[in-house]
Structures are given as structure tokens and as C-alpha cells.
Design a protein around this ligand. Structure first.
Ligand code: FUB
Ligand code: ZN
Length: 685
């Protein structure tokens, strides 16, 4: 039967239209809706070039790599029901889905007939690989008698552990909705709905149950629900959430996250969870889905749980760059305040998931603190994941690289692709969706969340309203919004007042600025300073807006020293540098081949200077600081004055391999002697 499809965001109208298939549809939803990426045209110098690179380099490179590494071949073999699974992981199908998702968003931004046709051809291969009942999982379909070792002998039997059957499904649904929304074509959506119908038929009360081994199917089902209005997709998403904490095969006493279930966020029912735990990508997709289902069902227990988990992450488990998932073993959240620098894991996919989660938290609560976190992740720990060339990536995002081999440490340089290449393709899909995070709306409240030059066209009070942003963010803090309703109309423009511009390094006590800001935020309308009320971190500008009204906001762009809570062992006695939303680092290339020898006393004053030819244009920070020098031949150590040059964290590792640090000691209290032969030195290669 042909399903009726609705544009995203139309679920609310369904409530007026009446329930589908006799089931009661939820009456609530996010109070705040994002303004669709299709209605926001960027025109800035920071993001637009990145989106262009994503379209011109990252997406073609991803498709090319999906072809070259046999990911596409897996679908062809599954269609022919013959051959041998030709890649490593059973979730390799998702790299194709994620790249299709990114390409779909990209098509809206940059129409491209050739890409559109390539997607049609690829989707035809996906369709051919789907089994008649909707099952789609090349790791089994190619040769059901000899499925992938992680897949188990029968469908779904290893889902709780490693098969990733529902993970693949979730990425398929996300891609399908993006493709449908962007192109209006139903080809991938039809495949997704057939698969989702199978999933809903197989799983549910009185049927098969499982807590999906890698979450995302829940988010994907919610998206299908929003497009189709089919209640079963939402109820199955909720069912999967409710399966967590039900398995009795774990050992609750074990400290091992795989034995006690916390690796999969499966040690407690979701409504009883209070801390960010386990595998970070899995976790943040779960928390995103909890927010979705809480919004759509009004479930207060879910809301309480997801609020508490967010609080725990932001006050105990987040790096100053917004990175999450500190522990390499299990790619997971560590204990409270376990935020080591040399071994920081910070998977790029976790940053992607964190953007999704914080956007949802904002839509639930209308509080700028969630966008502050989203912005922190976006400008730092997320785009550090992709090189300036658009085709080299970090899977993990280090906080410190030392030249000494004595330090176990995170990936020191970027790679073009990985055997497990989840991160590059996750970036490929997130980047072109960025325009969708700039504005949001709740009736007469219009939220300006991100400061990116460009234009949006909205309907407020049944009046067309155009808003043009002009700024040089994140380098400069002068923001200009030209507000042009078709005719004078009353509404509230809520401009986010970033925490970093108000003495709040993060919305918790995990990090703070070492000294108060020297300047305040100012707001004017039509060149006149205005006083305004604030609501949950926003300046509420209420008036009858007339065509051409100009709002100007000045965010002081000072270089701030950041200190960590005394509970974070790795950062004691150290400072980090932040200017605007950007966290900085020192890299070997600009600092005489080293970065681990630089000391930043509290009194240090940094100068900011625009460097148009460096790293595609950056605001560089410099200051004279003490630097420890070793004279190996004479067994002597001295301290010299040296210029510390800092670059935005996101830009590191684009000029070769060598030392990097985000945190700088403020004092010299001890020297650790490490003995190694000069040949072992790897700095500056
Ligand atoms: O399991 C699928 C993906 O592979 C995860 O999200 C990543 O962390 C990587 O393990
Ligand atoms: Zn990843």
C-alpha cells in the first residue's frame, strides 16, 4: 500500500487531522522547530567554503572510497545472492547510506544532475540487495549460509552484541529521509519503509525484543514517523528505548563495561540512567532518541533522565574542545573527570552525535546553553576531524601529541580513510546539514542560534520575514542582522548571548575563565543601544519589526585563559586558550619544533593577528613565554623566552606530524627525565 508522506515538521498537523491506522498519535512535540536547512542560504567565509569542499571533495572521495574498498560491491553481490562479503565490518553498508545522506543535503545546496543520477544508480543497487520481506544487510544476504562472523547464524540473534543489523537500518532511514526531503524522490524511502515495516513486525511487545547493540535505529524510526505519520515507527522507537536494562545476562557487580552492560547503555532502564556512559557514539545517538521520544510522547521520566545525563556529560565528561568519549578501550566515556590529554579518544562520530543531541535538547528547552555546547563542538572537536583538504580525517581527536615514544597517545596524523571509516562519512552527512542549525522558531519567537552570514526567509505571524546576517564570525564579534518583514509585524527575535561572551566557559563548573571579561556584550537596534530582557541565555528583542530594521550585537573577542575544575587531574596547573568560540592549541610547526616545552604564566597577554595565508586564513595568537630547552650534549636544561604561537585547534595536523598541545602548564614545578636515542625523535616530520 502506498503510504502518505509528509514533509518533516508536519507531525503536529497530523494531530489535527486525526490518528493514522486507528492508533492515537502523540499530542506533543518539540516546542521549538529548527528552520529547515533548505530555507537558510549561507554566504560566509568560514562555513560556506567548508560546505563547498564537502561537496566537491569529501563526498566524491567518500563515494570513490566506497567503490574502491568493495562497499558497493557488497551490495552488488547481495543483489546477485552470490559471492563473499568483501569488506571487514558488517556495518560497512552504512558508509554508503551516510554518503548518500550527505550528497542529498548537498544537492539542495548545489544542484548537480550528475550526482543526482549517480545517487539514483546507487539506490537501485541498494534496492536490488534488499530481500523480498524488506531485510537489508549485505553481510548476511550475500551468502546466508556463511554470514559475517558478527552477524550470527540467523537474523537478529546477535543484534544485542555486534551484528549492527538495526544500526544499518537506522542509517538507512536517516539517509532515506534526507534523500526524500532534498530530492522529492521516494526511491530510497520506499526501501527504508519496507525495512522499517519488517523491523516493526519482528520487534515489539509479545514479539522479539532486544536493546539494539548500536543505537541509531531509534532516531531513524522517529524520522520515518515524522515523514509518514505512521504511529508504529514511533512506538517501535520507544519500544527499543524501553528494552535497555532488561537483559539478565550481565554481571552488575563487574567493573568491566562489557560484562555489566554499560558499554551498550544497557545496564539500567533508560529512565533510570543518570550518567553518560559506555561507547560514546552509541550513547549520544541513544540520548538524541530519548529527547525525540520525550518530545513526542511527553514522557517525563525520559525527560528527567536525558536532562540528568546531559548535565553529567557537560559537568564531568567533556573536553574543553567539546570532545567526548575519553577512553580508547571501548571508545567510551570514562569516569567522572577522567579526561586525559595524551590518550584522549574523542571520536569524530561522537562529536557528530553530540551536535544532534544538543540541537534536540535546545528544541526541548529553548535554552542557549545547549547551543553553546553545540557551537563548542562544531567549531572545535568536530571540524578538527576533517583536514583542510576535505579528504583527510581524524577518527580520534587528540588533546596532546608528544614527540617522546614513552607516551601512549592518540592518532597523531590524519588518514584518508579507515578500515572502520564511520567518521569520514559521518562528517560528509553532517556538514551540508549545517544551515539547519542557524535559526529556530516557536510561533512568534525566532531564535538566532549560530552566527553565520547568510539569508533566511521565514513566516512569522503569517508575514514573510527575511533575516540577513552579516558578520566575520568566528574571527570578529560584530554581528549584524537586517530584519525585513513584508509588512510591519510584532515578534521576538531571540539572539543567543554565548556563554563564552559572559564569563562562562561551559554551562557547568567543569571549566572556567581564569579572569573576568574586560568588556560586555552590547546590543543596538537601528544604531541605538537598547536594553533587553534575557530569557534562558537569549537577548529577547521584542518590537514591531519594520523592513530594514538593523540589529547590531557586539560580542567581545578577548583571548581568555581557561582553567579546569580542580577535579580534573590531567589539567591541574594548566591553562587552555580560547578566543570567541574557538579553542586554540600550539603546534610544533610554529613553535620551534616542539609544543610540550611551553609554559604560560597567568600574567601572559596574547596578541591576536589575522593571518590570511595561513591554514586558509586564521586569527593567530602570539605571546612571549618561557620555554624549556634541553642541551642533551651537556646534560643541561635551561629556560629561554620564546614566542608561543597558537592556532585554532580545528586547524592542527594540516602541515605534517609533530607535537601539539591544548593545555599549557602555568608553572615549572618538576621535570620528568625521559631517556631515548636521538633517532627516536619523530617531531616535525
Ligand atoms: O560500530 C559502528 C561504528 O564503528 C561506531 O559508531 C564507531 O565508534 C566505530 O566503532
Ligand atoms: Zn566514527
Amino acid at each position: 500500500m502506498k503510504k502518505i508522506l509528509l514533509p518533516l515538521g508536519f507531525a503536529a498537523l497530523l494531530h489535527l487531522a486525526g490518528p493514522a491506522r486507528g492508533q492515537a498519535l502523540p499530542r506533543s512535540d518539540y516546542p521549538i522547530r529548527a528552520v529547515s536547512f533548505t530555507r537558510v542560504q549561507l554566504a560566509d567565509n568560514f562555513w560556506l567554503p567548508r560546505l563547498k569542499t564537502n561537496t566537491e571533495v569529501t563526498i566524491p572521495a567518500s563515494f570513490q572510497r566506497c567503490e574502491a574498498t568493495n562497499r558497493v560491491k557488497n551490495f552488488e553481490m547481495a543483489a546477485a545472492r552470490t559471492g563473499k562479503f568483501a569488506t571487514i565490518f558488517p556495518f560497512d553498508d552504512t558508509d554508503i547510506y551516510k554518503t548518500i545522506e550527505g550528497a542529498s543535503y548537498s544537492l539542495r545546496l548545489y544542484p548537480d544532475e550528475q550526482l543526482d543520477q549517480y545517487l539514483d544508480a546507487l539506490i537501485a543497487k541498494v534496492a536490488a540487495a534488499q530481500e523480498p520481506d524488506g531485510y537489508l544487510y549485505t553481510a548476511r544476504t550475500i551468502d546466508p549460509a556463511h554470514p559475517h562472523a558478527w552477524a550470527g547464524p540467523e537474523r537478529w540473534v546477535k543484534e544485542r552484541e555486534l551484528s549492527h543489523e538495526l544500526y544499518n537500518a537506522g542509517h538507512l532511514y536517516e539517509a532515506a529521509v534526507a534523500h526524500y526531503e532534498a530530492t522529492g524522490k521516494r526511491s530510497l524511502l520506499t526501501i527504508a519503509l519496507q525495512n522499517a515495516d519488517l523491523v516493526c513486525a519482528v520487534f515489539g511487545p509479545g514479539k522479539r525484543n532486544v536493546a539494539p547493540g548500536h543505537e541509531i535505529v531509534e532516531m531513524g524510526l522517529v524520522k520515518l514517523y515524522r515523514v509518514t505519520g505512521e504511529a508504529k515507527y514511533l512506538t517501535t522507537a520507544k519500544f527499543f528505548l524501553d528494552q535497555r536494562g532488561q537483559y539478565d545476562g550481565y554481571d552488575p557487580q563487574s567493573p568491566d563495561p562489557w560484562r555489566n552492560g554499560s558499554y551498550w547503555q544497557d545496564d539500567k532502564p533508560v529512565v533510570a540512567q543518570r550518567e553518560a556512559e559506555g561507547h560514546a557514539v552509541r550513547a549520544e545517538y541513544l540520548y538524541s532518541a530519548m529527547a525525540d521520544v520525550a518530545a513526542l510522547t511527553g514522557n517525563q521520566a525520559l525527560l528527567l533522565a536525558v536532562d540528568s545525563i546531559w548535565q553529567n556529560m557537560v559537568s564531568r565528561k567533556m573536553y574543553v574542545t567539546g570532545g567526548t568519549g575519553a577512553v580508547p578501550g571501548g571508545e567510551r566515556f570514562g569516569a567522572n573527570y577522567e579526561l586525559p590529554n595524551t590518550t584522549a579518544y574523542n571520536e569524530t562520530c561522537a562529536a557528530v552525535a553530540n551536535v544532534y543531541w544538543n540541537q534536540r535538547m535546545f528544541q526541548l528547552h529553548g535554552d542557549a546553553k545547549y547551543v553553546d555546547v553545540l557551537e563548542k563542538v562544531l567549531y572545535n572537536g568536530l571540524i578538527s576531524g576533517v583536514g583542510l583538504d576535505g579528504k583527510s580525517f581524524f577518527y580520534s581527536n587528540a588533546m596532546q601529541i608528544r614527540s617522546s615514544t614513552s607516551f601512549p597517545q592518540t592518532e597523531p596524523q590524519r588518514a584518508g580513510w579507515f578500515d572502520c571509516s564511520c567518521c569520514p562519512t559521518n562528517l560528509a552527512r553532517l556538514m551540508p546539514s549545517l544551515p539547519g542549525y542557524v535559526y529556530a522558531q516557536n510561533g512568534r519567537d525566532v531564535y538566532a542560534n549560530l552566527f553565520i552570514s547568510g539569508t533566511t526567509n521565514l513566516m512569522v505571524n503569517r508575514t514573510a520575514v527575511r533575516i540577513i546576517q552579516q558578520n566575520n564570525y568566528p574571527w570578529e564579534g560584530q554581528l549584524k542582522f537586517t530584519v525585513s518583514p513584508a509588512s510591519p509585524t510584532d515578534f521576538n527575535l531571540l539572539v543567543r548571548l554565548p556563554g563564552w561572551a559572559q564569563d562562562e566557559a561551559i554551562p557547568s563548573d567543569l571549566y572556567r575563565f581564569a579572569a573576568p571579561a574586560q568588556a560586555n556584550i552590547s546590543v543596538s537596534i537601528n544604531s541605538r543601544p537598547v536594553s533587553y530582557v534575557t530569557r534562558r541565555g537569549y537577548a529577547v528583542l521584542s518590537r514591531k519589526w519594520r523592513p530594514g530594521d538593523v540589529v547590531e550585537v557586539l560580542l567581545p573577542m578577548e583571548v581568555r585563559q581557561v582553567v579546569a575544575s580542580s577535579q580534573v587531574p590531567a589539567d591541574q596547573g594548566k591553562i587552555a586558550l580560547q578566543r570567541g568560540p574557538l579553542v586554540y592549541c600550539a603546534e610544533w610547526k610554529d613553535n620551534g619544533g616542539k609544543a610540550s616545552n611551553l609554559i604560560v604564566p597567568a600574567v601572559t597577554t596574547f596578541a591576536a593577528r589575522w593571518q590570511p595565508d595561513m591554514l586558509n586564513g586564521i586569527m593567530q595568537l602570539t605571546a612571549p613565554v618561557p620555554a624549556v630547552q634541553i642541551d642533551a650534549a651537556n646534560y643541561s636544561i635551561s629556560t629561554t623566552r620564546q614566542t608561543l604561537t597558537a592556532i585554532p585547534y580545528y586547524a592542527w595536523a594540516n602541515r605534517g606530524k609533530g607535537e601539539m598541545t591544548v593545555w599549557f602548564p602555568q608553572h615549572l614545578t618538576d621535570v620528568e627525565l625521559i631517556s631515548r636515542r636521538p633517532a627516536e625523535v619523530t617531531v616535525g616530520k
